[in-house]
Design a protein around this ligand. Structure first.
Ligand code: HEC
Ligand code: HEC
Ligand code: HEC
Length: 418
Protein backbone atom coordinates (compact mmCIF):
# COMPACT_ATOMS: atom_id res chain seq x y z
CA UNK A 1 0.00 0.00 0.00
CA UNK A 2 2.78 2.38 1.03
CA UNK A 3 4.88 1.29 -1.90
CA UNK A 4 1.89 1.67 -4.18
CA UNK A 5 1.43 5.21 -2.99
CA UNK A 6 5.05 6.10 -3.56
CA UNK A 7 5.12 4.50 -6.97
CA UNK A 8 1.90 6.19 -7.89
CA UNK A 9 3.13 9.62 -6.96
CA UNK A 10 6.40 9.02 -8.77
CA UNK A 11 4.51 8.13 -11.93
CA UNK A 12 2.34 11.17 -11.63
CA UNK A 13 5.42 13.33 -11.26
CA UNK A 14 7.20 11.61 -14.09
CA UNK A 15 4.95 13.35 -16.59
CA UNK A 16 5.40 16.97 -15.57
CA UNK A 17 3.56 19.80 -17.19
CA UNK A 18 6.43 21.61 -18.86
CA UNK A 19 6.79 25.19 -17.71
CA UNK A 20 6.09 27.31 -20.76
CA UNK A 21 7.34 30.84 -20.71
CA UNK A 22 5.49 32.13 -23.76
CA UNK A 23 2.55 34.48 -23.79
CA UNK A 24 0.55 32.71 -26.46
CA UNK A 25 -3.03 31.78 -25.58
CA UNK A 26 -1.83 28.22 -24.93
CA UNK A 27 0.96 29.41 -22.63
CA UNK A 28 -1.48 31.63 -20.78
CA UNK A 29 -3.94 28.74 -20.58
CA UNK A 30 -1.33 26.47 -19.07
CA UNK A 31 -0.59 29.00 -16.35
CA UNK A 32 -4.30 29.41 -15.62
CA UNK A 33 -4.80 25.63 -15.47
CA UNK A 34 -2.04 25.59 -12.85
CA UNK A 35 -3.54 28.47 -10.89
CA UNK A 36 -7.00 26.83 -10.97
CA UNK A 37 -5.46 23.47 -10.04
CA UNK A 38 -7.53 21.45 -12.52
CA UNK A 39 -4.91 18.69 -12.43
CA UNK A 40 -5.18 17.53 -8.82
CA UNK A 41 -8.90 16.77 -8.97
CA UNK A 42 -8.83 15.42 -12.52
CA UNK A 43 -5.97 12.92 -12.04
CA UNK A 44 -5.78 9.66 -10.10
CA UNK A 45 -2.33 9.06 -8.60
CA UNK A 46 -0.48 6.95 -11.11
CA UNK A 47 -3.02 7.66 -13.85
CA UNK A 48 -2.80 9.92 -16.87
CA UNK A 49 -2.80 13.63 -16.10
CA UNK A 50 -6.29 15.14 -16.64
CA UNK A 51 -7.90 11.78 -17.51
CA UNK A 52 -10.13 11.97 -14.39
CA UNK A 53 -11.46 9.15 -12.21
CA UNK A 54 -10.48 10.59 -8.83
CA UNK A 55 -13.12 9.71 -6.23
CA UNK A 56 -14.85 12.33 -4.09
CA UNK A 57 -16.68 10.86 -1.12
CA UNK A 58 -19.51 13.16 -0.09
CA UNK A 59 -20.63 12.07 3.39
CA UNK A 60 -24.22 10.83 3.39
CA UNK A 61 -24.61 11.49 -0.35
CA UNK A 62 -22.38 9.01 -2.14
CA UNK A 63 -19.28 8.96 -4.31
CA UNK A 64 -18.53 11.11 -7.33
CA UNK A 65 -15.73 10.66 -9.88
CA UNK A 66 -14.04 13.50 -11.72
CA UNK A 67 -14.41 13.59 -15.51
CA UNK A 68 -11.83 12.95 -18.20
CA UNK A 69 -10.77 16.42 -19.40
CA UNK A 70 -8.28 15.38 -22.05
CA UNK A 71 -9.50 16.27 -25.57
CA UNK A 72 -10.68 12.75 -26.42
CA UNK A 73 -13.90 13.22 -28.44
CA UNK A 74 -15.66 10.15 -27.02
CA UNK A 75 -14.70 10.05 -23.34
CA UNK A 76 -13.19 13.51 -22.76
CA UNK A 77 -13.88 17.15 -23.66
CA UNK A 78 -13.13 16.89 -27.41
CA UNK A 79 -16.74 17.69 -28.32
CA UNK A 80 -16.93 21.01 -26.47
CA UNK A 81 -17.23 24.19 -28.55
CA UNK A 82 -16.33 27.57 -27.03
CA UNK A 83 -19.83 28.45 -25.86
CA UNK A 84 -20.45 25.01 -24.30
CA UNK A 85 -17.16 25.34 -22.50
CA UNK A 86 -17.73 28.79 -21.07
CA UNK A 87 -21.24 27.82 -19.96
CA UNK A 88 -19.80 24.76 -18.20
CA UNK A 89 -17.28 26.82 -16.20
CA UNK A 90 -19.73 29.64 -15.45
CA UNK A 91 -22.87 27.68 -14.58
CA UNK A 92 -21.88 24.04 -14.04
CA UNK A 93 -24.00 22.89 -16.97
CA UNK A 94 -21.89 20.49 -19.02
CA UNK A 95 -22.24 19.76 -22.73
CA UNK A 96 -25.58 18.13 -23.45
CA UNK A 97 -27.24 19.92 -20.51
CA UNK A 98 -25.89 17.70 -17.72
CA UNK A 99 -25.85 19.56 -14.40
CA UNK A 100 -22.52 19.04 -12.65
CA UNK A 101 -22.22 18.60 -8.91
CA UNK A 102 -20.53 21.51 -7.13
CA UNK A 103 -17.55 19.30 -6.20
CA UNK A 104 -16.44 20.76 -9.53
CA UNK A 105 -15.83 24.31 -8.22
CA UNK A 106 -17.82 26.21 -10.85
CA UNK A 107 -19.18 28.37 -8.01
CA UNK A 108 -15.66 29.91 -8.06
CA UNK A 109 -14.87 29.51 -11.78
CA UNK A 110 -18.01 31.48 -12.59
CA UNK A 111 -15.89 34.56 -11.80
CA UNK A 112 -13.41 33.78 -14.64
CA UNK A 113 -13.33 36.08 -17.65
CA UNK A 114 -14.40 34.57 -20.99
CA UNK A 115 -10.87 35.07 -22.35
CA UNK A 116 -9.34 33.15 -19.46
CA UNK A 117 -11.95 30.38 -19.71
CA UNK A 118 -11.10 29.98 -23.41
CA UNK A 119 -7.34 30.05 -22.77
CA UNK A 120 -7.85 27.14 -20.36
CA UNK A 121 -9.71 25.26 -23.10
CA UNK A 122 -7.01 26.08 -25.66
CA UNK A 123 -4.33 24.59 -23.43
CA UNK A 124 -6.33 21.45 -22.55
CA UNK A 125 -6.98 20.89 -26.28
CA UNK A 126 -3.20 20.65 -26.91
CA UNK A 127 -2.95 17.59 -24.62
CA UNK A 128 -2.82 14.03 -25.87
CA UNK A 129 -6.38 12.64 -25.98
CA UNK A 130 -6.76 9.74 -23.57
CA UNK A 131 -9.65 7.34 -24.14
CA UNK A 132 -10.81 6.55 -20.62
CA UNK A 133 -14.21 6.51 -18.97
CA UNK A 134 -14.06 7.15 -15.21
CA UNK A 135 -16.16 4.88 -12.95
CA UNK A 136 -19.88 5.70 -12.83
CA UNK A 137 -20.94 7.94 -9.94
CA UNK A 138 -22.51 6.18 -6.98
CA UNK A 139 -24.74 8.88 -5.52
CA UNK A 140 -27.70 7.99 -3.29
CA UNK A 141 -31.26 9.10 -3.94
CA UNK A 142 -32.17 11.99 -4.05
CA UNK A 143 -28.63 13.23 -4.66
CA UNK A 144 -28.36 11.11 -7.83
CA UNK A 145 -30.96 13.38 -9.43
CA UNK A 146 -28.87 15.90 -11.34
CA UNK A 147 -31.83 18.21 -11.89
CA UNK A 148 -31.67 18.87 -8.15
CA UNK A 149 -28.71 21.09 -9.01
CA UNK A 150 -30.95 23.49 -10.95
CA UNK A 151 -32.52 24.77 -7.74
CA UNK A 152 -29.21 24.64 -5.90
CA UNK A 153 -27.52 26.74 -8.58
CA UNK A 154 -30.32 29.32 -8.59
CA UNK A 155 -29.84 29.87 -4.87
CA UNK A 156 -26.11 29.36 -4.48
CA UNK A 157 -24.24 30.30 -7.65
CA UNK A 158 -24.15 33.93 -8.66
CA UNK A 159 -23.22 33.38 -12.36
CA UNK A 160 -21.33 36.70 -12.23
CA UNK A 161 -17.85 37.52 -13.51
CA UNK A 162 -15.20 39.01 -11.25
CA UNK A 163 -15.59 42.76 -10.94
CA UNK A 164 -12.57 44.78 -9.89
CA UNK A 165 -12.98 47.04 -6.84
CA UNK A 166 -11.79 50.40 -8.11
CA UNK A 167 -11.11 51.67 -4.59
CA UNK A 168 -8.37 49.02 -4.21
CA UNK A 169 -4.92 48.63 -5.76
CA UNK A 170 -4.17 46.62 -8.91
CA UNK A 171 -2.31 44.06 -6.77
CA UNK A 172 -5.32 43.65 -4.45
CA UNK A 173 -7.59 43.04 -7.45
CA UNK A 174 -5.20 40.58 -9.06
CA UNK A 175 -4.96 38.78 -5.72
CA UNK A 176 -8.75 38.70 -5.38
CA UNK A 177 -9.07 37.14 -8.85
CA UNK A 178 -6.40 34.54 -8.05
CA UNK A 179 -7.90 33.63 -4.66
CA UNK A 180 -11.62 33.83 -5.49
CA UNK A 181 -11.88 32.80 -9.15
CA UNK A 182 -8.86 30.59 -9.87
CA UNK A 183 -7.48 29.31 -6.56
CA UNK A 184 -10.99 28.52 -5.18
CA UNK A 185 -9.44 28.75 -1.67
CA UNK A 186 -12.87 29.26 -0.11
CA UNK A 187 -14.09 25.85 -1.36
CA UNK A 188 -11.99 24.36 1.44
CA UNK A 189 -11.44 27.27 3.87
CA UNK A 190 -15.02 28.65 4.10
CA UNK A 191 -17.64 26.74 6.12
CA UNK A 192 -20.81 25.52 4.38
CA UNK A 193 -24.45 25.78 5.40
CA UNK A 194 -26.96 22.88 5.56
CA UNK A 195 -27.34 23.10 1.78
CA UNK A 196 -23.59 22.67 1.28
CA UNK A 197 -23.29 26.25 0.04
CA UNK A 198 -20.43 28.47 1.24
CA UNK A 199 -21.43 30.77 4.11
CA UNK A 200 -20.56 34.19 2.72
CA UNK A 201 -20.71 35.81 6.16
CA UNK A 202 -18.08 33.35 7.40
CA UNK A 203 -15.64 33.68 4.48
CA UNK A 204 -12.29 31.98 5.22
CA UNK A 205 -13.26 31.22 8.84
CA UNK A 206 -11.97 27.64 8.43
CA UNK A 207 -13.85 24.45 7.60
CA UNK A 208 -13.62 20.70 7.86
CA UNK A 209 -13.25 18.93 4.54
CA UNK A 210 -12.70 15.17 4.01
CA UNK A 211 -11.51 14.81 7.63
CA UNK A 212 -9.03 17.72 7.47
CA UNK A 213 -9.45 21.14 9.01
CA UNK A 214 -8.65 23.83 6.44
CA UNK A 215 -7.68 26.48 8.98
CA UNK A 216 -9.07 29.94 9.41
CA UNK A 217 -7.20 32.15 6.89
CA UNK A 218 -9.10 35.36 7.61
CA UNK A 219 -7.29 38.41 8.97
CA UNK A 220 -7.88 37.40 12.62
CA UNK A 221 -4.65 37.80 14.62
CA UNK A 222 -5.24 34.77 16.81
CA UNK A 223 -7.24 32.18 14.84
CA UNK A 224 -6.40 33.38 11.32
CA UNK A 225 -3.32 34.66 9.50
CA UNK A 226 -3.37 38.18 10.97
CA UNK A 227 -0.24 37.39 12.98
CA UNK A 228 1.75 36.05 9.99
CA UNK A 229 4.26 38.31 8.23
CA UNK A 230 3.88 38.87 4.48
CA UNK A 231 7.13 36.96 3.98
CA UNK A 232 5.84 33.95 5.95
CA UNK A 233 2.61 33.85 3.95
CA UNK A 234 4.38 34.16 0.61
CA UNK A 235 6.87 31.45 1.52
CA UNK A 236 4.13 29.11 2.80
CA UNK A 237 2.07 29.49 -0.38
CA UNK A 238 4.98 29.06 -2.79
CA UNK A 239 6.93 26.32 -0.96
CA UNK A 240 4.54 24.63 1.50
CA UNK A 241 6.33 25.68 4.69
CA UNK A 242 7.36 28.82 6.53
CA UNK A 243 9.75 29.34 9.43
CA UNK A 244 7.75 29.47 12.66
CA UNK A 245 4.56 28.23 10.90
CA UNK A 246 5.30 24.60 10.09
CA UNK A 247 4.66 22.70 6.86
CA UNK A 248 1.53 22.40 4.70
CA UNK A 249 0.28 18.83 4.84
CA UNK A 250 -2.47 16.77 3.23
CA UNK A 251 -4.78 18.68 0.88
CA UNK A 252 -2.83 21.93 1.35
CA UNK A 253 0.42 20.17 0.41
CA UNK A 254 -1.35 19.12 -2.81
CA UNK A 255 -2.54 22.67 -3.50
CA UNK A 256 1.06 23.90 -3.18
CA UNK A 257 2.59 20.99 -5.09
CA UNK A 258 0.28 21.07 -8.10
CA UNK A 259 -0.69 24.71 -8.23
CA UNK A 260 0.66 27.45 -5.98
CA UNK A 261 4.38 26.76 -6.38
CA UNK A 262 4.09 27.49 -10.12
CA UNK A 263 2.74 31.01 -9.59
CA UNK A 264 4.99 34.02 -10.21
CA UNK A 265 6.41 36.00 -7.28
CA UNK A 266 4.17 38.93 -8.23
CA UNK A 267 1.06 36.77 -8.24
CA UNK A 268 1.89 35.27 -4.84
CA UNK A 269 2.49 38.77 -3.46
CA UNK A 270 -0.87 39.86 -4.91
CA UNK A 271 -2.61 36.95 -3.15
CA UNK A 272 -0.94 37.93 0.11
CA UNK A 273 -2.19 41.53 -0.30
CA UNK A 274 -5.76 40.32 -0.80
CA UNK A 275 -5.70 37.67 1.96
CA UNK A 276 -4.36 40.22 4.45
CA UNK A 277 -7.45 42.28 3.88
CA UNK A 278 -10.07 39.55 4.58
CA UNK A 279 -12.31 40.56 7.51
CA UNK A 280 -11.29 38.86 10.77
CA UNK A 281 -13.26 35.78 11.83
CA UNK A 282 -12.62 34.51 15.37
CA UNK A 283 -13.37 30.79 14.70
CA UNK A 284 -11.13 27.77 15.08
CA UNK A 285 -8.08 26.71 17.05
CA UNK A 286 -5.79 29.56 18.17
CA UNK A 287 -2.39 30.14 16.58
CA UNK A 288 0.74 28.65 18.15
CA UNK A 289 3.76 30.75 19.14
CA UNK A 290 6.90 29.62 17.29
CA UNK A 291 8.69 28.86 20.54
CA UNK A 292 6.89 27.80 23.69
CA UNK A 293 7.79 26.36 27.03
CA UNK A 294 7.09 22.68 26.53
CA UNK A 295 4.76 20.89 28.96
CA UNK A 296 6.38 20.92 32.42
CA UNK A 297 5.93 17.22 33.11
CA UNK A 298 5.71 15.46 29.74
CA UNK A 299 4.14 12.03 29.70
CA UNK A 300 7.11 9.58 29.72
CA UNK A 301 5.30 7.05 27.49
CA UNK A 302 4.57 9.76 24.89
CA UNK A 303 8.18 10.97 25.08
CA UNK A 304 9.52 7.45 24.60
CA UNK A 305 7.28 6.77 21.61
CA UNK A 306 7.95 10.17 20.01
CA UNK A 307 11.70 9.70 20.30
CA UNK A 308 11.40 6.26 18.79
CA UNK A 309 8.96 7.01 15.95
CA UNK A 310 9.22 10.70 15.13
CA UNK A 311 12.51 12.20 16.28
CA UNK A 312 14.43 10.61 13.40
CA UNK A 313 12.94 13.22 11.08
CA UNK A 314 11.60 15.87 13.46
CA UNK A 315 14.38 15.77 16.16
CA UNK A 316 13.36 15.36 19.83
CA UNK A 317 12.62 19.12 19.93
CA UNK A 318 10.50 19.11 16.77
CA UNK A 319 12.99 21.49 15.12
CA UNK A 320 13.34 19.19 12.10
CA UNK A 321 16.36 17.26 10.87
CA UNK A 322 17.82 18.36 7.53
CA UNK A 323 14.53 19.38 5.97
CA UNK A 324 12.81 22.70 6.77
CA UNK A 325 9.50 20.91 5.95
CA UNK A 326 10.00 18.78 9.06
CA UNK A 327 10.20 21.80 11.42
CA UNK A 328 7.06 21.75 13.57
CA UNK A 329 7.57 24.92 15.65
CA UNK A 330 4.55 27.23 15.40
CA UNK A 331 2.60 24.75 13.25
CA UNK A 332 -1.16 25.14 13.71
CA UNK A 333 -1.43 21.36 13.36
CA UNK A 334 0.84 20.76 16.36
CA UNK A 335 -1.14 23.13 18.60
CA UNK A 336 -4.77 22.26 17.81
CA UNK A 337 -5.75 20.36 20.97
CA UNK A 338 -8.44 18.40 19.10
CA UNK A 339 -5.64 16.96 16.94
CA UNK A 340 -7.86 16.93 13.83
CA UNK A 341 -5.07 17.22 11.23
CA UNK A 342 -2.44 15.57 13.42
CA UNK A 343 -4.56 12.41 13.49
CA UNK A 344 -4.89 12.56 9.67
CA UNK A 345 -1.13 12.89 9.31
CA UNK A 346 -0.53 9.93 11.65
CA UNK A 347 -3.19 7.75 10.01
CA UNK A 348 -2.50 8.57 6.36
CA UNK A 349 0.93 10.19 6.21
CA UNK A 350 1.64 13.28 4.14
CA UNK A 351 3.99 14.25 1.37
CA UNK A 352 4.92 17.18 -0.79
CA UNK A 353 7.08 17.40 -3.89
CA UNK A 354 9.34 20.46 -3.61
CA UNK A 355 12.25 22.03 -5.48
CA UNK A 356 14.45 20.19 -2.97
CA UNK A 357 12.87 16.80 -3.66
CA UNK A 358 10.06 14.76 -2.17
CA UNK A 359 9.36 15.41 1.54
CA UNK A 360 7.63 12.36 2.90
CA UNK A 361 6.08 11.12 6.13
CA UNK A 362 4.59 7.63 6.07
CA UNK A 363 1.51 6.66 8.07
CA UNK A 364 1.96 5.14 11.51
CA UNK A 365 -1.21 3.11 11.96
CA UNK A 366 0.57 -0.03 10.69
CA UNK A 367 3.09 -0.09 13.53
CA UNK A 368 1.34 1.42 16.54
CA UNK A 369 -1.89 0.86 18.43
CA UNK A 370 -4.60 3.48 18.74
CA UNK A 371 -3.57 4.06 22.36
CA UNK A 372 0.11 4.53 21.50
CA UNK A 373 -0.74 6.96 18.75
CA UNK A 374 -2.96 8.98 21.07
CA UNK A 375 -0.01 9.23 23.51
CA UNK A 376 2.25 10.37 20.67
CA UNK A 377 -0.31 12.93 19.49
CA UNK A 378 -0.90 14.44 22.92
CA UNK A 379 2.81 14.49 23.65
CA UNK A 380 3.46 16.32 20.33
CA UNK A 381 0.79 18.90 21.14
CA UNK A 382 2.17 19.39 24.66
CA UNK A 383 5.77 19.81 23.51
CA UNK A 384 5.05 22.06 20.55
CA UNK A 385 2.35 24.30 22.05
CA UNK A 386 2.36 23.85 25.83
CA UNK A 387 -1.34 22.88 25.56
CA UNK A 388 -3.07 19.79 26.85
CA UNK A 389 -3.94 17.57 23.86
CA UNK A 390 -7.33 15.83 23.82
CA UNK A 391 -6.72 13.12 21.24
CA UNK A 392 -8.41 9.83 22.14
CA UNK A 393 -7.63 6.27 20.96
CA UNK A 394 -11.17 6.19 19.45
CA UNK A 395 -10.30 9.15 17.24
CA UNK A 396 -7.26 7.33 15.86
CA UNK A 397 -9.32 4.16 15.35
CA UNK A 398 -11.93 6.08 13.35
CA UNK A 399 -9.26 7.61 11.10
CA UNK A 400 -7.76 4.25 10.16
CA UNK A 401 -8.62 3.47 6.54
CA UNK A 402 -10.56 0.32 5.62
CA UNK A 403 -7.43 -1.14 3.99
CA UNK A 404 -5.31 -0.24 6.99
CA UNK A 405 -2.78 -2.59 8.56
CA UNK A 406 -3.63 -4.01 11.96
CA UNK A 407 -1.21 -2.86 14.66
CA UNK A 408 -0.16 -6.49 15.02
CA UNK A 409 1.00 -6.57 11.37
CA UNK A 410 4.74 -6.17 10.80
CA UNK A 411 5.66 -2.46 10.83
CA UNK A 412 5.55 -0.70 7.44
CA UNK A 413 8.72 -0.26 5.47
CA UNK A 414 10.16 3.05 6.57
CA UNK A 415 10.95 5.40 3.74
CA UNK A 416 12.81 8.52 4.76
CA UNK A 417 13.06 11.89 3.13
CA UNK A 418 14.82 11.79 -0.20
C1 HEC B 1 -12.04 20.41 -6.43
C2 HEC B 1 -11.99 19.45 -7.50
C3 HEC B 1 -12.06 19.94 -8.94
C4 HEC B 1 -11.32 20.95 -9.52
C5 HEC B 1 -10.29 21.85 -8.87
C6 HEC B 1 -11.71 20.97 -10.92
N1 HEC B 1 -12.66 20.03 -11.17
FE1 HEC B 1 -13.62 19.69 -12.96
N2 HEC B 1 -14.81 18.31 -12.07
C7 HEC B 1 -14.66 17.84 -10.78
C8 HEC B 1 -15.64 16.79 -10.55
C9 HEC B 1 -15.81 15.99 -9.26
C10 HEC B 1 -16.37 16.64 -11.76
C11 HEC B 1 -17.55 15.71 -12.02
C12 HEC B 1 -18.82 16.38 -11.56
C13 HEC B 1 -20.07 15.61 -11.87
O1 HEC B 1 -20.01 14.45 -12.28
O2 HEC B 1 -21.13 16.22 -11.71
C14 HEC B 1 -15.82 17.63 -12.68
C15 HEC B 1 -16.31 17.83 -13.98
C16 HEC B 1 -15.68 18.61 -14.93
C17 HEC B 1 -16.08 18.71 -16.32
C18 HEC B 1 -17.32 18.05 -16.94
C19 HEC B 1 -17.04 17.23 -18.13
C20 HEC B 1 -18.29 16.67 -18.73
O3 HEC B 1 -18.69 17.13 -19.78
O4 HEC B 1 -18.88 15.77 -18.10
C21 HEC B 1 -15.18 19.54 -16.93
C22 HEC B 1 -15.14 19.94 -18.41
C23 HEC B 1 -14.24 19.97 -15.94
N3 HEC B 1 -14.57 19.40 -14.73
C24 HEC B 1 -13.18 20.82 -16.18
C25 HEC B 1 -12.36 21.37 -15.18
C26 HEC B 1 -11.38 22.41 -15.41
C27 HEC B 1 -11.07 23.02 -16.76
C28 HEC B 1 -10.84 22.71 -14.20
C29 HEC B 1 -9.82 23.80 -13.86
C30 HEC B 1 -10.15 25.12 -14.36
C31 HEC B 1 -11.46 21.84 -13.21
N4 HEC B 1 -12.38 21.05 -13.85
C32 HEC B 1 -11.17 21.85 -11.85
C33 HEC B 1 -13.77 18.30 -9.83
C34 HEC B 1 -12.89 19.36 -9.99
C1 HEC C 1 -8.35 21.14 -1.05
C2 HEC C 1 -8.59 22.01 0.07
C3 HEC C 1 -7.77 23.29 0.16
C4 HEC C 1 -7.64 24.28 -0.79
C5 HEC C 1 -8.22 24.34 -2.20
C6 HEC C 1 -6.83 25.30 -0.19
N1 HEC C 1 -6.49 24.95 1.09
FE1 HEC C 1 -5.29 26.02 2.37
N2 HEC C 1 -5.35 24.52 3.72
C7 HEC C 1 -6.10 23.36 3.60
C8 HEC C 1 -5.82 22.51 4.74
C9 HEC C 1 -6.44 21.14 5.01
C10 HEC C 1 -4.89 23.20 5.56
C11 HEC C 1 -4.22 22.68 6.83
C12 HEC C 1 -2.90 22.03 6.42
C13 HEC C 1 -2.05 21.46 7.53
O1 HEC C 1 -2.62 20.86 8.47
O2 HEC C 1 -0.82 21.60 7.45
C14 HEC C 1 -4.63 24.46 4.88
C15 HEC C 1 -3.75 25.43 5.36
C16 HEC C 1 -3.58 26.70 4.80
C17 HEC C 1 -2.79 27.75 5.39
C18 HEC C 1 -2.05 27.70 6.71
C19 HEC C 1 -2.92 28.15 7.83
C20 HEC C 1 -2.33 27.91 9.19
O3 HEC C 1 -2.82 28.51 10.15
O4 HEC C 1 -1.39 27.11 9.33
C21 HEC C 1 -2.88 28.83 4.53
C22 HEC C 1 -2.22 30.20 4.71
C23 HEC C 1 -3.70 28.43 3.42
N3 HEC C 1 -4.12 27.13 3.61
C24 HEC C 1 -4.03 29.25 2.36
C25 HEC C 1 -4.73 28.82 1.22
C26 HEC C 1 -4.95 29.62 0.05
C27 HEC C 1 -4.52 31.06 -0.13
C28 HEC C 1 -5.63 28.84 -0.85
C29 HEC C 1 -6.06 29.18 -2.27
C30 HEC C 1 -5.01 29.53 -3.18
C31 HEC C 1 -5.84 27.55 -0.22
N4 HEC C 1 -5.29 27.57 1.04
C32 HEC C 1 -6.49 26.49 -0.82
C33 HEC C 1 -6.96 23.03 2.55
C34 HEC C 1 -7.05 23.73 1.34
C1 HEC D 1 10.36 9.96 7.51
C2 HEC D 1 10.42 11.23 8.18
C3 HEC D 1 9.31 11.53 9.18
C4 HEC D 1 8.91 10.80 10.28
C5 HEC D 1 9.48 9.48 10.80
C6 HEC D 1 7.83 11.55 10.89
N1 HEC D 1 7.59 12.69 10.17
FE1 HEC D 1 6.16 14.05 10.59
N2 HEC D 1 6.59 15.01 8.85
C7 HEC D 1 7.67 14.74 8.02
C8 HEC D 1 7.66 15.65 6.90
C9 HEC D 1 8.67 15.72 5.78
C10 HEC D 1 6.51 16.48 7.08
C11 HEC D 1 6.00 17.56 6.12
C12 HEC D 1 5.32 16.90 4.94
C13 HEC D 1 4.39 17.79 4.17
O1 HEC D 1 4.57 19.01 4.17
O2 HEC D 1 3.46 17.24 3.53
C14 HEC D 1 5.88 16.05 8.31
C15 HEC D 1 4.74 16.63 8.87
C16 HEC D 1 4.32 16.42 10.16
C17 HEC D 1 3.29 17.18 10.80
C18 HEC D 1 2.43 18.22 10.13
C19 HEC D 1 2.63 19.60 10.58
C20 HEC D 1 1.66 20.54 9.86
O3 HEC D 1 1.71 21.68 10.23
O4 HEC D 1 0.86 20.19 8.99
C21 HEC D 1 3.19 16.71 12.09
C22 HEC D 1 2.29 17.22 13.18
C23 HEC D 1 4.11 15.62 12.21
N3 HEC D 1 4.80 15.48 11.02
C24 HEC D 1 4.27 14.84 13.34
C25 HEC D 1 4.96 13.62 13.35
C26 HEC D 1 4.89 12.66 14.42
C27 HEC D 1 4.08 12.82 15.68
C28 HEC D 1 5.69 11.61 14.04
C29 HEC D 1 5.93 10.31 14.77
C30 HEC D 1 4.77 9.48 14.96
C31 HEC D 1 6.26 11.95 12.74
N4 HEC D 1 5.79 13.15 12.37
C32 HEC D 1 7.15 11.16 12.05
C33 HEC D 1 8.58 13.73 8.19
C34 HEC D 1 8.48 12.72 9.12
Amino acid sequence: MLRGLLLASTLLLAIPLAARADDSIVGKGEYLVRAADCVSCHTVPGGHLFAGGRAFVLPGMGTLYSSNITPDPKTGIGGYNDDDWVRMLWTGVARGGKHLYPAMPYASYTKLSRDDALAIKAYLFTLKPIEYTPPANAMKFPFNQRWGMVAWNLINVSDKRFEPDTTKSAAWNRGAYLVEALGHCGECHTPRNFMQALKSDKAYAGAKQQGWLAYNISGDKNAGIGGWTDAQLAEYLSTGKAPGRGPASGPMAEAVEYSLRYLTKDDVAAMVTYLRDRPAQPDGPPAVPATVAAAAAPDPMGAHLFNQACAGCHLPTGAGRQSPWAALGGAHTAGDVTGTNLVQVLAHGTQIETDQGLMFMHSFTGGYTDRELSFIANYTIGQMSGRQGQVTPQQIGAARGPDDHKPTDPPPQVVGMR
